[in-house]
Design a protein. Structure first.
Length: 219
């Protein structure tokens, strides 16, 4: 394998990028408790892999009419104060090892682009595929550009990216914690479940995939 695709939430970071952003937003008064009241229930549905991709497109409507700079600054603060310490040290070591071997690293995540940009900079990764928020005149419209990169839509986004770059998924290993990523895991030359949820762990056993477990965080 000379291409390694990594999911972010619960794969390279113990908690989700959304969680870190919400913590920072609550601290600044930018996000209110009523806005996040349903998040625990949605998290359960996500872990059970029974949530529809459209839930992300619905959630980003909350960011309508917000200046891009406000969101960018808050995402940097959320990573510095809440996100960085939850990165898995084993994941960082693996990425550094792969880089030293000259392997290509790409991130594919359902998280919104400005959520993950501070992580990409910290990890030194230039290539990523993520859900993209639409801006007009520097202000959010509350819509995504295209579909949220989730489930089968993540597979479609990665396939398109690889096609445009002249790459083959047969030469790619994909690292993910989530059963929601099964379409992409099955499409790649190598599937690497990392800290897999219960459904993915069962699927990994059925398909003979070797799981990896990260434990130690930077915090």
């Amino acid at each position: 394998m000379n291409i390694h695709i990594f999911d972010i939430d619960h794969t390279l970071i113990k908690r989700s990028t959304t969680h870190a952003f919400i913590r920072a937003g609550l601290n600044k008064g930018f996000i209110t408790l009523p806005q996040i009241a349903k998040i625990p229930w949605k998290w359960i549905l996500y872990k059970l892999a029974v949530i529809e991709p459209e839930f992300i497109e619905i959630e980003v409507r909350k960011y309508k009419n917000i200046p891009q700079k406000v969101l960018t600054d808050l995402s940097i603060e959320s990573f510095d104060n809440y996100g960085k310490k939850h990165l898995y040290a084993e994941g960082i070591a693996l990425i550094n090892e792969l880089k030293e071997k000259g392997e290509r690293i790409i991130v594919a995540t359902s998280s919104v682009d400005f959520f993950i940009e501070p992580i990409m900079k910290f990890l030194g990764i230039d290539e990523y595929i993520s859900t993209r928020l639409e801006f007009v005149d520097g202000v959010t419209t509350g819509r995504t550009i295209g579909n949220a990169v989730f489930g089968k839509n993540k597979l479609n986004a990665v396939v398109e990216y690889f096609r445009n770059k002249g790459l083959s998924l047969d030469n790619a290993a994909f690292y993910s914690d989530s059963y929601n990523d099964l379409p992409l895991l099955e499409a790649c030359g190598q599937a690497v479940p990392v800290n897999p949820d219960s459904r993915l762990r069962k699927e990994a056993k059925r398909q003979g995939w070797t799981c990896r477990n990260f434990h130690k965080t930077l915090g």
